[in-house]
Design a protein around this ligand. Structure first.
Ligand code: F6R
Length: 241
């Protein structure tokens, strides 16, 4: 794995540049996207690049990692809402080409089709990941099987507490999510992961130096042939220099 250290602004720019390079090389690229605080700067850079005419998303397809069970796309904390508000509404993408797992209605049936839909689109060319303080990627919590495909996940207490910052109270945070599995993520041709802040330092240490173990979901990335980890100094602070 390659590691790049820099401040959040620089990391966001560098990752956005990777996406720009990908889209320029293949205008109908398939992008794997994440939500949360970490991607916000990246999406701002991509919106800017689109508005300045550097790239077009017109032929791009996207697949998001996950969605809360119980929230529909109109709910402000749903990941569909997040993606529209922070990226899709500001770029020239065809919304029909944006795939976000559903949290209501026929969400189980849609989840079962998701890996096939990705495969039929040609597979994910570049996958963006954040990381949880417990080492989760997407909503694959500790002890998720490495061979998992898209599935329903129970959120751990630590993830519920981490994510409660965006809800009015902890009790409002859904306890389940639909998520791409670890195998679904590993199928991506290229992976970029961003982590900033001291609360991610242990997860980054486990990812870079720890054993390959299902008790630390992100450790599976050690096996990916093209994975780059973008970290700030705080997230990198537990690594032996
Ligand atoms: C979101 C996702 C999660 C987040 C992780 C970090 O789609 O898959 O795994 O990437 O929880 O979240 P932030 O960036 O808010 O710290």
């Amino acid at each position: 794995m390659k590691v790049i250290v820099g401040n959040a602004e620089k990391l966001s720019r560098l990752i956005a540049d990777e996406f720009i390079k990908q889209i320029k090389a293949k205008p109908n690229s398939v992008l794997g996207l994440a939500t949360g605080t970490s991607p916000l700067g990246i999406y701002a850079n991509l919106v800017k690049a689109n508005k300045e005419g550097v790239i077009s998303f017109f032929n791009v397809k996207t697949f998001n990692l996950d969605e809360y069970v119980g929230l529909d796309g109109a709910h402000p904390q749903s990941y569909r809402y997040f993606m529209n508000a922070n990226l899709f509404d500001h770029i020239d993408i065809n919304k029909r080409n944006t795939n976000v797992l559903k949290g209501v209605g026929d969400y189980l049936a849609y989840a079962r089709q998701y890996d096939d839909l990705i495969a039929k689109s040609g597979g994910i060319d570049i996958q963006l990941l954040g990381i949880g303080s417990d080492g989760h990627i997407a909503f694959n919590e500790p002890n998720t099987p490495f061979d998992s495909l898209t599935h329903i996940a129970e959120l751990t207490k630590s993830t519920i507490i981490d994510n409660s910052r965006l809800f009015t109270s902890v009790s409002e945070v859904p306890t389940q999510a639909v998520t791409m599995g670890l195998k679904s993520i590993m199928n991506a041709k290229k992976i970029v992961l961003i982590a900033t802040g001291a609360n991610k330092a242990q997860a980054i240490k486990d990812l870079l130096e720890g054993p390959l173990t299902e008790s630390v979901p992100c450790s599976i990335l050690q096996k990916h042939p093209d994975c780059t980890i973008y970290v700030d100094k705080d997230a990198y602070s537990k690594i032996r220099k």
